[in-house]
Design a protein around this ligand. Structure first.
Ligand code: SAH
Ligand code: SF4
Ligand code: F3S
Length: 456
């Protein structure tokens, strides 16, 4: 029992109607999970929810620090909140998440965003009710600056946004220190959740009808390194796979330096996993990979790909690619095009390098103009479009098992979902199928998706 939670609840219960909270997530799926936990805490404190920040009594911006544009959006949107707060002086404005783990950001908020009431980090959720209580009792500001810490948050009930897809963190933090990346600084060191806790959570979700379990970690292949050798990630996958029920398991992300045959074997041998792996390559050039401190070569990366395809020739991959790392040359970029062509991903998530203060890459020389980086991005996307347009043709005539995720782009009567191979499948069907597994016979291939007909 958290007494501050009860104290805030008691205050809120005295109001005519329950106060409303608005939580906006800016980052990755772990960030979204954190937002769902914050909603769980808010619910216990007596808050209802609204999608409209202007009608909220409490707003949380749950932030992401991975690229500059994510941070700019937060500061831009804080500007809007200022106007809302002028109309509703009681509004409590909170900023949480990865951005707040950087002292430069907290300083900026203290100086230029005085109307922000509470700033708290990724490891301060259990103290959040206290912060709210003190602000409700007249305290002007609460800036939590304890750092990401090394605790494993357990026991917070989440208000999940989906009734059939659930993310389950298996570990927190990152030890890899890729030279461009802020995550290890804002999330702290790697720590794994106990396997029994994870398995219990998944059993509970499956019993409630969840159909997709997405396991999260910055590098899931490090799972168990800090648990004294009793379990590793492939073993965790096998134990999850053994849970009874109709559901599919996905996970991200896998660092190639730690992805080996044991992982691929587990994927291929577990029926609840599609023969698919998201394996962020970042670059195809060994010199860039070295400057990035990724600790694998393009050749080692391809060994994993080839092994997976020796076990199943239709094994699919998706990836993350970082374009324009400091001083990336045309030749180095061509190596990225080459590996993209060689692996033939079903999807790529590409980002133009964004300088993050405090990282090693931030002080590296960078003479490549931004316009050139944008142009490289376009070339990569065009290549990828050609690859998917070509490769998706091989699914025509096949029947794929699809978890229906929602209404398709063409509105009512159309549906979209993902196959076990993680391919987007669009087809016609009734919205009652959302959240269910269906079979779809593929009739055509598009740039980023396949289309088909529901098999009755
Ligand atoms: N732990 C995951 C990545 C998390 S961040 C992994 O190692 O795969 C997700 C993606 O954001 C990264 O894969 C990378 O491509 C991109 N990214 C990270 N730092 C970035 C930066 N400084 N600028 C642009 N993109 C970045
Ligand atoms: Fe960032 Fe690298 Fe860690 Fe991924 S593995 S979170 S890219 S430092
Ligand atoms: Fe995720 Fe962004 Fe933090 S990608 S871990 S929310 S910096």
């Amino acid at each position: 029992m958290n007494s501050y939670t009860d104290k805030v609840k008691a205050i809120n219960e005295k109001r005519e109607s329950p106060p409303l909270a608005h939580v906006h997530n800016y980052g990755c799926q772990l960030n979204v999970t954190d937002g769902e936990k914050l909603k769980g805490i808010l619910l216990k404190m007596g808050y209802g929810f609204t999608e409209q920040p202007e009608e909220a009594d409490l707003v949380i911006f749950n932030t992401c620090a991975v690229r500059e544009n994510a941070e700019e959006r937060v500061f831009g949107n804080l500007g809007f909140l200022k106007h809302y707060k002028e109309k509703n002086r009681e509004m409590i404005i909170c900023v949480s998440g990865c951005m707040t783990e950087q002292s430069v950001i907290v300083e900026k908020i203290k100086e230029s965003y005085r109307y922000v009431d509470i700033v708290f980090g990724t490891n301060a959720f259990d103290r959040f009710p206290q912060f709210v209580y003190e602000v409700l009792n007249g305290r002007k500001h609460f800036y939590d600056e304890q750092g990401p810490g090394n605790r494993i948050p357990e026991g917070t009930e989440q208000v999940r946004s989906s009734t059939f897809r659930a993310s389950v963190p298996v570990m927190y933090g990152c030890n890899n220190f890729c030279t461009y990346c802020i995550v290890p600084y804002v999330r702290g060191r790697e720590r794994s959740r106990e396997p029994e806790v994870i398995l219990d959570e998944i059993r509970g979700l499956v019993n409630k009808g969840y159909r997709e379990i997405m396991l999260l970690g910055q590098n899931v292949n490090s799972y168990g390194n800090d648990l004294g050798g009793k379990i590793n990630f492939p073993e965790l996958l096998r134990r999850i796979n053994a849970i009874e029920g109709e559901f599919i398991v996905r996970f991200m992300s896998s660092h190639p330096k730690d992805a080996g045959k044991e992982l691929i074997d587990a994927i291929v041998e577990c029926d609840k996993l599609g023969n698919y792996l998201h394996l962020p390559v970042q670059s195809g050039s060994n010199s860039v990979l070295e400057r990035m401190n990724r600790r694998y070569t393009a050749e080692q990366y391809l060994e994993i790909v080839d092994y997976a395809r020796s076990r199943d020739e239709n094994f699919t991959f998706s990836t993350d690619i970082l374009i324009g790392f400091p001083d990336e040359t045309e030749e180095e970029f061509k190596a990225t095009l080459a590996i993209t062509e060689r692996v033939r991903y079903i999807n790529i998530y590409s980002f133009i390098y964004s300088k993050r203060t405090g990282t090693k890459a931030a002080v590296m020389e960078d003479s490549t103009p931004y316009s050139e980086k944008q142009e490289r991005m376009q070339r990569l996307l065009e290549l990828q479009r050609n690859i998917t347009t070509e490769d998706y043709k091989k699914y025509v005539g096949k029947t794929l098992e699809v978890l229906v995720e929602g209404t398709g782009r063409n509105g009512e009567g159309t549906l979209t979902g993902k196959s076990r191979e993680f391919i987007i499948v669009n087809f016609e069907g009734d919205s009652s199928l959302i959240g269910k597994f269906v079979k779809v016979k593929i009739t055509g291939a598009r740039n980023w998706a396949v289309v088909g007909e529901l098999v009755k």
